[in-house]
Design a protein around this ligand. Sequence first.
Ligand SMILES: *Cc1c(COP(=O)(O)O)cnc(C)c1O
Length: 221
Amino acid sequence: MIEDAAQSFGVEYKGRMAGSLAHAGCTSFFPAKPLGCYGDGGAVLTDSDDLAEILKSIRIHGKGKDKYDNVRPGINGRLDTLQAAILLPKLDIFPHELVSRRRIARNYTDLLTAQNTSLILPGVFSGMKSAWAQYSILAQDARARQAIQDRLQENSIPTAVYYPTPLHLQTAFAHLGNKKGDFPVSEDCAERIFSIPMHPYLTVADLKKICSILHVDNHAA
Ligand SMILES: *Cc1c(COP(=O)(O)O)cnc(C)c1O
């Protein structure tokens, strides 16, 4: 079993860390992820020595003991040295950044709840700690979401939609024959979800400004 931990580096699930929940966990260091480098990067995590050996071989074109003897088909999966140089010090401060992300998420929720928002805020199940890769909210409907995004944009506050098209409606899976209406919850979320800024260096003033703009729009929409 392979775990997709691309957005969950730093997550705790019942006392275990994301990336350690399956035979292998894959994470991403793309800039938008909780531990981001400045370009492309990622890692596979496993506690199996045998699997680690195979993965290291696949990473470098399927190399064997002799690097010019390829023993299996592989890929070029090397992590660039420059990206590694950026990631190492960021990894050192990552635990502190996680604390900040969790504090910021709590502040967002407290501020928005105090405004009696009708937006649906993200929650975390008990026994789990999120890495808050995103702080994603559900608006009432697609129209309300657009109005909120426009208003935030007017105030130079970026938002993003993760993700606008559910898997079953992606062209790549068209051959499976699914159509609109087959997965109504996914489709509904895709029309209503949006993410507000989330990173460890947001100030309380930033959060208050973002929440006050969300508040106004929430009532106008
Ligand atoms: C970002 C992301 C990926 C892809 O990561 P790459 O570094 O672009 O390969 C895969 N799965 C999830 C859930 C992601 O968020």
